[in-house]
Design a protein around this ligand. Sequence first.
Ligand code: GLC
Length: 443
Amino acid sequence: MNQEIRTRTKWFMEDRFGMFIHWGLYAIPASGEWVMSERRMTVEEYEAYFRAFDPVDYDPKAWARLAREAGMKYMVLTAKHHDGFCLFDSAFTDYKATNTKAGRDLVREFTDACRAEGLKVGLYFSLIDWHHPDFPKYKDRQHPMRDCEKYRDEKIDFDRYLDYMHGQVKELVTGYGKLDLLWFDFSYDDMAGEKWRATELIDMVRSHQPDVIIDNRLEGAGDNFGSILSANPLPYSGDFASPEQIIPPEGIRDELGEPVPWELCATMNNHWGYCNFDYLYKSPGLIIRKLVECVSKGGNMILNVGPDARGRIPKESVRILKEIGEWMDKNGESIYENTICPLPKPEWGRYTKKGDVIYAHVMDAPLGALPLYGIAPETVERVTYVADGSEVNRQRGWNTAQYPDISFVSFGEDSVFTYPLPDERDTVLKIECKKREGRKPCL
Ligand code: GLC
């Protein structure tokens, strides 16, 4: 991976936690953003939602505040999803928010709101477009009309689609101020790379937004990371890999063994777009632990919300985000700017590392004292709870005598007793080590 990518992604890899927002016409059928494809709906059928769209409660300021309070540092909104409907005022189509009951450019209000809350701004843009007449239909892998004989011999002008698509991307990168992130989605089969005229697209984007971070889906998707893992990434390899709904078992490295920036994208329930029957939400504790897992493997997490047809983030998501925020408020220093710790994963949780400080994320209460694997007692200066700054008991019980090379801590007064974790979701200990001649502290 090249130095340019490393420099460009610095803020991103420090910020670690973002909000993904999947929102569009599909909030009305409320079965996720693939409904047009799944139900094989024609453009005419789906356009009923265009006529009905009336997001009276759209309040991106409230979304941005919620994200900031959850400890998120950046937001990415679906400016256009696969259904082709634009939340922004594109000059190339009538199929846009300005022509719905909303009557205005919803992307502009979003970008303004993010910046007002001090958050980095990102836009998602679908390479796929099920509304455009020049997008391949028959036998395409996922087009709503893939089985429709009517399109078997249809003549399309794919270049006309590409001009349209490039034109819209240009509108986004020139019309909305500085964008921090662009999330293209996605490539499949031969619909990848230069099929999208990807080099030309990237050159255009970079000429307007030299520092914008771009995902890897002009070349790949969740199932294929593309040339970003090679020693010489292609110009459109993107700046980070985008594993979807799975945390890479061992992080992500390129073929030279160098860590590659990556971002897990994950839903809160099991849908991206609003789904009014999906109550299978992940608990705040689970999400916190998975965020820690991402960071300990050198990655980010972008967590999704799917606002409803009125523009509201579902109340279950709000509740979860507030609880995550309560934890982040106390423990954020063990997430931001943290990365892979060279010590092996401890069996009770995970280590993350920021500079010379090691954070122990304890997720499983010990019986008796907790061994800080890999950390020798004589190297430790202090161990404190991140949540309140107080000291952690480091007294050694008589029963640790057999393990002189390992530091122990305990969560109560008596180092032989067993105590519950102060925070069952993840109790974070800050381990500061003595500076020693020619050695990294603790290690
Ligand atoms: C997938 C889906 C899409 C979703 C994206 C988010 O590629 O096609 O609906 O927006 O993942 O990562």
